[in-house]
Design a protein around this ligand. Structure first.
Ligand code: GLN
Length: 445
């Protein structure tokens, strides 16, 4: 069988190819000289599989797509409070290069606009690094996100530095407010070098997939930044990543994203996919024209909007039935899938319908692959309350989906491997297959 996704990608690229509206970034002469017809798109799945079509191995400069990643490095290197003290997380609704700072504090509104990103650059790596060492920390950090050693385009960097008056003005303003504590010119130079890191569309898809994969690079397996950092960065991308088009993007596409003026665009859909596109002609916001069209297509064709989620909660209770008949017949709640808060709440509702006369109750977790922390606490509380109402509670949990199954305070569960052990609880059977009672360590087979 031929793979399906590259064919789909090629088809979508053909559909947007004829759109030659927009212009490559003019304010960086080297970028203005780039081939405007380049076009590529790549999907990186969380197991490291990459699908692509078009120019996915052409290198171009990362530009503003570096901003969320360097924000992640700064948060990982310093913790949240020192970074938040310097840069906010409020959408500005303004252009990426707007010279605007929060009144009073002088803080940039968010790390996605240049004022914020210039400040964040100065926060990457340890406080006492030299400007060169800081650039190296950034290059190495971006490389870890990409899963390969990235280099810089000195020509693009020099070209931007020659015309960097606006970014220099922003940096001097930041310095006057003591938001920047380092030499503003060295910081702008470092930030501009950060923007000149060379990537391919394939690299960007992997970098986005690393964010989608809770900070673990799907190729190298390296945990590049901690999970709370990823949550923070994706949230900021969602609200601020597309500058003054962020609201349109959030409603139409609904994927945390970031654009760059060289024509790159990434989207990271948590738990699912990293997406990257490349097409240098930009709209008036500085976002790639064909990139935006591609993302609109991807989102609607594949239901990738973050606010569109499957009705998972209802499906958690696969069946609720009684096995056999008579006073000892066990009542079974068969659960399935991944259980979070809403799924656990379904189980509470089901459990409340159990008649007091049915003494034996089994929660069958055989088809459950994950139980998050809140769901675990709710399910154990269900078990505890059932015990207190006089039921004997069993957990059928052959894969130990329930961590530490101790309901505490008067609750008691008997953990078994198969429903059969609940139906025919012979002493032999229980010892042979490893009965574990809550709170007491027992063999797990
Ligand atoms: N280096 C560019 C700048 O500072 C990045 C802007 C962007 O990609 N939006 O102007």
């Amino acid at each position: 069988m031929r793979p399906i996704i590259p064919d789909y990608l090629a088809e979508v690229l053909r559909d947007v190819e004829s759109d030659t509206s927009g212009e490559p970034a003019g304010y960086i002469p080297e970028l203005a000289a780039a081939d405007p017809d380049r076009l590529g798109a790549a999907f990186a799945m969380l197991d490291g599989e990459v699908y692509g079509a078009g120019d996915i191995d052409t290198e171009f400069t990362i530009q503003s797509i570096s901003k969320p990643f360097v924000h992640a490095l700064a948060l990982a290197d310093h913790g949240f409070a020192p970074v938040l003290a310097k840069v906010g997380v409020e959408p500005s609704g303004e252009a990426f290069n707007e010279i605007s700072l929060e009144t009073g504090t002088g803080r940039p509104r968010n790390p996605m606009i240049n004022a914020g990103a210039i400040t964040v650059h100065s926060l990457a790596g340890a406080e006492d690094l030299t400007p060169e060492q800081r650039v190296e920390r950034v290059r190495q950090g971006l490389s870890a996100f990409a899963g390969r050693r990235l280099t810089m385009d000195d020509a693009v960097c020099a070209s931007e530095m020659e015309h960097a008056h606006r970014n220099l003005a922003i940096a001097h303003m930041l310095r006057s407010h003591d938001v920047l504590t380092k030499d503003p010119e060295a910081v702008v130079e470092g930030y501009t070098r950060q923007c000149s890191v060379l990537v391919t569309t394939r690299d960007l898809a992997i970098m986005a997939a690393t964010l989608a994969n809770r900070g673990t690079n799907p190729l190298s397996g390296e945990q590049v930044v901690p999970e709370p950092v990823v949550r923070q960065v994706l949230s900021v991308m969602f609200s601020c990543g597309m500058y003054d088009a962020a609201g349109d993007w959030a409603t139409q596409v609904g994927i945390p994203a970031k654009s760059g003026v060289a024509g790159g665009l990434i989207g990271a859909l948590p738990g699912q996919i990293g997406i990257a596109t490349f097409s240098p002609r930009l709209d008036r916001h500085g976002n790639s024209v064909r990139g935006v069209s591609l993302f609109e297509r991807f989102s609607s064709d594949m239901g990738l909007h973050v606010m569109e989620t499957p009705a998972a909660a209802r499906a958690v209770v696969r069946s609720h039935h009684v096995v056999g008949s008579g006073p000892d017949a066990p009542r079974v709640l068969q659960l399935q899938g991944g259980i979070g808060f809403a799924g656990a709440e379904r189980v509470v509702q089901e459990a409340m319908t159990i008649p007091p006369s049915d003494t034996r109750v089994a929660l069958d977790l055989t088809l459950v692959h994950s139980i998050d922390d809140v769901a675990r606490r709710v399910l154990l509380e269900v078990a505890r309350r059932l015990t207190l109402s006089g039921h004997d509670v069993y957990l059928v949990d052959p894969e130990s989906a329930m961590a530490d199954p101790d309901p505490g305070d008067g609750g008691r569960v008997t953990v078994v491997n198969t429903m059969d052990q609940v139906v025919n609880p012979t002493r032999d059977d229980l010892t042979r297959t490893g009965l574990r009672a809550a709170g007491r360590p027992g063999p797990r087979s």
